[in-house]
Design a protein around this ligand. Structure first.
Ligand code: ADP
Ligand code: MG
Length: 402
């Protein structure tokens, strides 16, 4: 270790020991933190409360679908309402089971059901049983014990897109569970980040899942500023965050769709950058750097997890000039596949992969009208060569494309 490195380290440790950090509490900036107050969501909180209330009189609440873009407060609101609800049921000795599963993290309908079973204190193997058998065991448990269950399936849109077919069976069965139960019940609260989620569902499932639905609109820039101001009081020392910084975070997070997660993440990363450069206030420049860092990290992760052919196509796009055509990309791609010794996919498949890269925001593809010369697709890369180099360096096969 060089003297300089030692100095830097002792500096960091010193700062941690003396507690001279601009943060008072980093935890409250984590994305899974549930704040004590959720401004601008009173209406949604009220409606969910009203929908759940019948359960206190032992009757089954309607199934419910919450939907809205990422960072619009769906998970926070659902968890907030349920924790309040749990307090009430405990106070009044009502036996109600609350179960939660995040479908994206669970990864499959089977795992979602395993989460449910575990929330109901059942043993359930992590693999191996047919879905119908898992469902039957859960229904038996509910019937035998006259359980009243609310089951929240967060990021439920993941199932509709990734576990097509079979997933309809699970949702179909769960949303009509009363047909399988002698007593007790299970109500479903689905949460979707995707507004088009409903079009992925079997209409029969949809009609029973969205007996009630609640939309979470994106936050406005002003609302984001407000949310940030509240959070800052818990997270940072006084006077660490000037108003101009708050407004910039809100404006950046509001520019695509009013995303509170993005706003809070910007603030957290900006705080870390400020701290690292020994600044005592978080300035606009830290926010701008934070925004770039977050984008770069996201792109880096996305490129890293691409399969080999996608990586190769991406490399083909970046090694051509900006605004190349699908044909040019395909030619380049064929050359690159030779270099790494794999069979090229057909041009049709590559068109498909280009669309996927476009949806992931890794390339820009736009149709250009060339008047009487017709229309062509122009493609340019969003990923810097720097990131490509970093990712490909670590990939034993893609490495030889550099
Ligand atoms: P979604 O589930 O819709 O993607 P989340 O509920 O996870 O969004 O919210 C993202 C982040 O923003 C969380 O850290 C959450 O605490 C915060 N947040 C969302 N809405 C509010 C609000 N109304 N007030 C305060 N914080 C909020
Ligand atoms: Mg969520």
């Amino acid at each position: 270790m060089t003297t300089r490195e030692k100095d830097i380290l002792s500096n960091i440790f010193e700062k941690a020991l003396t507690g001279k950090s601009i943060f008072i509490n980093r935890q409250v900036l984590r994305s899974d933190f549930i704040p004590g107050k959720l401004p601008f969501r009173e209406e949604q909180i009220n409606i969910i409360g009203q929908i759940l209330a019948p359960i206190l009189q032992e009757s089954k609440p309607s199934n419910l679908l919450l939907y809205g873009k990422t960072g619009s407060g769906k998970t926070a609101v659902a968890k907030y309402v349920l924790s309040k609800f749990e307090e009430t049921t405990k106070q009044h000795n009502k036996a109600i089971s609350l179960a939660y599963s995040n479908a994206r993290l669970a990864g499959s309908e089977y795992r979602v059901l395993v989460d449910l079973a575990h929330c109901l204190s059942m043993d359930m193997p992590f693999t191996g049983l047919p879905i119908s058998e898992v469902l039957q065991r859960i229904y038996n448990k509910i019937s035998d014990n006259n359980l009243k269950v609310i089951f929240i399936i967060d990021e439920i849109d993941y199932l509709a897109k990734h576990a097509k077919n079979s997933n309809d069976d699970m949702l179909y069965s769960l949303t009509r569970s009363s047909e399988h139960l002698k007593q007790g019940f299970i109500s479903i609260m689905g949460i979707s980040n995707d507004l088009h989620f409903k079009s992925f569902l079997d209409p029969r499932v949809l009609s029973s899942l969205n007996e009630e639905e609640i939309l979470f609109p994106p936050y406005t820039v002003n609302q984001l500023s407000n949310i940030l101001t509240e959070r800052i009081q818990e997270a940072f020392n006084n006077k660490t965050v000037p108003l101009s910084t708050i407004n910039l975070c809100a404006a950046l997070a509001g520019s695509e769709h009013g995303d509170a997660r993005r706003a809070i993440e910007l603030l957290r990363v900006a705080g870390e950058l400020a701290e690292r450069s020994d600044d005592t206030t978080i300035l606009e420049k830290h926010v701008k750097d934070a925004s770039m860092k977050i984008d770069n990290d996201r792109i880096y992760q996305a490129v890293k997890t691409l399969p080999l052919h996608e990586k190769t196509v991406l490399k083909a796009v970046t090694s051509n000039d900006d605004n190349t055509t699908t044909g040019d990309v395909y030619n380049q791609y064929q050359k690159l596949t030779k270099k790494i010794g794999v069979e090229p996919l057909t041009q049709r498949r590559i068109s498909g992969l280009l669309s996927e890269l476009d949806t992931q925001g890794l390339i820009n593809a736009s149709i250009i009208n060339q008047g009487r010369h017709g229309r062509t697709k122009r493609i340019s890369s969003v990923v810097s060569n720097n990131i490509i180099d970093q990712v490909f360096e670590d990939d034993p096969i893609a490495k030889s494309l550099l």
